[in-house]
Design a protein around this ligand. Structure first.
Ligand code: PEP
Ligand code: MG
Length: 839
């Protein structure tokens, strides 16, 4: 027999033993801490991963290693997995290893026949199924005579008696656990939780504290906070005459604390209960974590056999971290570090209760988190009527276009067949805080019939569905929901986060409602106000269309004159809500045809409104349509070709500044030019805006300052950031367009193949979701360096959707940006992320 493992490889877990997480695993280390605290932990041994590996490879371990392990007490042990990280899972524990005919006989004397039989039977069943891999059906019975039947079945199936040698039993149990760890499913599951490919398993061998037998005997778990809310609460259960899944005679479940519904551990075993409470408090203090204790009471005597970190929802995670810091157990910085930023978005929205079953009908890109239930509508008009009736509705579209905005406002959630992370529906929904799924593969929408078909099921207008935008799952019917939780703990954690942060966080906000949300989440200003969204209001749309149809500059100006007071009001309202915080307004960006009707019916209605022949309207629409509108006449190109639009916007901004200033608030508006690719563009726009500022100063006899900046959204703007910076007070990277243009990848269409591309490893992630550091990121770095080299004091920011993504924020901070700007609902995530990067 080859002895590949040294006989002294098993380390007894004593206060001073050398037990290491890397070699022996997390559970072994945790048990050592419990031992050091003086808790009543049964004698335990740590088995290093090297020995576990050797066993998996078919090698054996010298008997010497086992003799100490099996020499004491009843000679029965339990084996538990001990991975380096508790999140990585591991095979099921095996209890009562070492039992055989002789020990069974001895147990009858000490624990009684029923308990002895149950212990032996439990082990035979486990061994037969998990070690010898026999058919579980043959070992599932538990009535009288079950032990004999199980032993007979084992003999019949294997042609040998049930192994009586404890060393062989223990070796085989450990080997089967070692092999289970190497299995494909186990490996994939732990890799999904971040385990490296070569993650190794350690084991813990522990003397059994028997939970079957005379007196008050059983096993249980106890924790001291509620897993869902994190509030202090003693929860768990004690099961008398129960060991793992082995149930003894007279098994019953007891409440932990006094309860009118039945007997409680606190009453039947007050001393053990008091010890549990004491141990819980001690473990929290010394392990600096909320722990769940696993315990056994054996004829009144308490043993702590294991402790694990309490499972917790996102909301409980925040509350636990904050209360540990408030109790002085961990520093505030550490509380900030302990909460996963992404988890905060779960707290801001309704969530589908993950404990309840769900009827999933389709999956797509989880474009905006949260969940909502409503009746299906297929058009923006239906959504508005539903809202007018007070009915919650889900807007289902192939994709959304700017005209759908009002429909989105009227809906509780949005589902689109097409699109990706930065498609119109996704961006707007995130801004509105609406749950949204885009690119839902497999759904088919039949608008005429008012029908959504998916996987053989059909849903019609008015049918109820639930959108789980956090997971990207469409569910049939109504789902049980958890409430948002912006409680004191949440606010305290973010306050601590802000004390550490070294970059700013602003919000992308287009409407007063967005701005209020931004303030509620303590955004430090508006980093991007997309003004085009202000023109989709019914009244404005028709003036806008008139403007677009005007052939001459004067006619254009007269339509714009009517838009001016509306815009002035928009900006004044934003300035007032933001009360002195910076507001960065992006001048008009989209191609004009987005404001024109997309079908013949719409064109006819427009002809009527404008009192023009339909043919003129159709001709004009045709003339404005472009083969490649995202690369066409939009952004600053429109601003230079039809300068009256920017003139009007600049005037509205300055007049609003003056108006709000007279009411006492200081406003230094920021104006941002979109889609720039050349320095001359900035010069031309700057000249005109300066002129408008001078005119408004003159007319109002009021002085004000403003800052003019440039969006870096084209690769050329990033490369030429040095000379573009010369005329700019700030640069803001629009990483949505920058990603689109760097990859040559349409942000509105990429959703169709993004899953395939990510699945096949062409892209490691959707680059519209997580900034592509190698390509787009390099342009961003180059842009920052060149801009700063020319103008060291220039402010640099990121306002694309990546501004709310934790990995991307880390990259942008390292590249030297001063602040990020993201959808209001992502502001808390960005604040926490930024703090963690600075700690
Ligand atoms: C961008 O392109 O990153 C950006 C912020 O502008 P928009 O999404 O409006 O094109
Ligand atoms: Mg853009």
């Amino acid at each position: 027999m080859s002895h590949a493992v040294a006989p002294n490889a098993f380390v007894e877990i004593t206060p001073s033993a050398e037990v290491e997480v890397d070699r022996h695993g997390w559970r072994a280390k945790c048990l050592q801490r419990l031992v050091r605290m003086g808790l009543a932990v049964p004698r335990s041994f740590a088995v290093p991963s090297s020995a576990v590996r050797a066993l998996a490879a078919g090698q054996t371990i010298g008997d010497g290693a086992f003799s100490r392990v099996l020499s004491e007490g009843q000679g029965l042990v339990g084996v538990r997995p001990s991975a380096p990280d508790p999140e990585w899972g591991g095979p099921k524990s095996v209890l009562n290893v070492g039992i055989n005919d002789a020990k069974h006989k001895a147990l009858i004397d000490t624990r009684g026949q029923a308990a002895a039989d149950a212990i032996y039977l439990g082990f035979v069943q486990t061994y037969a199924v998990h070690v010898a891999r026999l058919d579980p059906d043959m070992f599932s019975d538990s009535g009288p005579g079950a032990l004999e039947r199980a032993l007979r079945a084992y003999r019949a199936e294997t042609d040998e008696d049930f192994p009586q040698d404890p060393v062989r039993q223990l070796t085989e149990v450990m080997r089967s656990m070692a092999r289970a760890w190497e299995g494909t499913t186990a490996r994939l599951l732990r890799q999904a939780k971040g385990a490296p490919a070569d993650a190794a398993l350690g084991l813990v061998i522990q003397d059994m504290a028997l939970a079957l037998g005379p007196g008050i005997t059983g096993s249980g778990t106890i924790q001291f906070v509620d897993s869902e809310t994190g509030a202090p609460a003693i929860t768990g259960r004690f099961r008398g005459q129960m060991q793992g899944s082995t149930m003894g005679e007279g098994a019953e479940t007891l409440y932990l604390m006094r309860d009118p519904r039945g007997p409680a551990l606190e009453e039947v075993a007050p001393e053990a209960f008091a010890d549990l409470i004491r141990f819980g408090a001690l473990a929290r203090q010394r392990l600096r974590e909320e722990m769940q204790l696993e315990f056994v009471i054996s004829d009144g005597e308490l043993s702590i056999i294991d402790a694990t970190r309490v499972a917790r929802s996102s909301r409980a995670g925040v509350r636990i971290a904050v209360s540990m810091a408030q109790d002085g157990i961990i520093p505030q910085d550490e509380a900030v570090m302990r909460v996963e930023p992404r988890a905060l978005s779960d707290l801001l929205h309704y969530q589908v209760d993950s404990r309840k079953p769900r009827d999933i009908i389709a999956r797509g890109v989880n474009a905006s988190p949260g969940a909502a239930t409503g009746r299906i509508v297929f058009t923006a008009a239906e959504a508005q009527s539903a809202q007018a009736r007070g009915e919650a509705c889900v807007l289902v579209r192939r994709e959304t276009v700017p005209e759908d905005i009002r429909g989105m406002h009227a809906s509780v959630a949005v589902l689109t067949e097409r699109g990706g992370m930065t498609s119109h529906a996704a961006v707007i929904a995130r801004g509105l805080g609406l749950p949204c799924i885009v690119g839902a593969g497999g759904i088919r929408i039949d608008l005429r019939e008012g029908r959504l078909s998916v996987g053989g099921r059909v849903f019609r207008t008015g049918d109820v569905i639930t959108i789980d935008g956090t997971r990207g799952e469409v569910l049939a019917g109504e789902a049980a929901m958890l409430q948002p939780a912006l409680d004191d703990s949440f606010n305290t954690l973010l306050k601590w986060a802000d004390e550490n942060r070294d970059i700013g966080v602003r919000a992308n906000a287009d409407t007063p409602a967005d701005a209020r949300t931004a303030r509620n989440f303590a955004a430090q200003g508006i980093g991007l106000c997309r003004t085009e969204h202000m023109f989709f209001d019914e009244a404005r749309l028709s003036v806008m269309r008139e403007m677009i149809f005007a052939d001459r500059s004067e006619d254009r100006r007269s339509a714009l004159d009517r838009l001016l007071p509306m815009q002035r009001m928009d900006f004044a309202e934003l300035f007032s809500i933001m009360a002195g915080l910076p507001v960065c307004i992006r001048l008009f960006d989209p191609p004009l045809h987005e404001f024109l009707p997309s079908d013949r019916e719409g064109a006819r209605a427009l002809a009527e409104t404008l009192d023009l022949p339909l043919s003129d309207v159709v001709r004009r629409i045709d003339a404005l349509s472009e083969f490649n509108p995202m690369l066409g006449m939009r952004g600053v190109r429109l601003g230079i070709t039809m300068p009256e639009i920017y003139d009007m916007q600049a005037r509205a901004i300055f007049e609003a500044t003056v108006a709000v200033a007279t009411m006492g608030a200081t406003v230094v508006p920021e104006i941002m030019i979109p889609l720039v690719s050349a320095r001359r563009e900035v010069e031309l726009v700057k000249t005109r805006i300066d002129a408008v500022a001078a005119a408004v100063r003159n007319e109002t006899r009021a002085d004000f300052a403003y800052r003019l900046g440039v969006m870096v959204e084209t690769p050329r703007a990033a490369l030429r950031a040095g000379d573009i910076a010369e005329h700019s007070a700030f640069l803001s990277f629009g990483t949505n367009d920058l990603t689109q243009m760097t990859y040559g990848l349409s942000r509105d269409d990429a959703g169709r193949f993004m899953n395939t591309y990510v699945g096949q490893g062409v892209y490691s992630e959707d680059p519209f979701h997580i900034l592509d550091q190698e390509g787009v990121g390099e342009l961003l770095q180059i842009g920052c360096q060149r801009a700063r080299a020319h103008q060291p004091g220039i402010t640099i920011s990121v306002c694309g959707e990546h501004g709310g993504n934790p990995e991307s924020i880390a990259f942008c901070r390292a590249a030297g940006v001063d602040y990020v700007s993201c959808s209001p609902f992502r502001v808390p995530v960005a604040r926490l992320t930024a703090a963690q990067l600075a700690i």
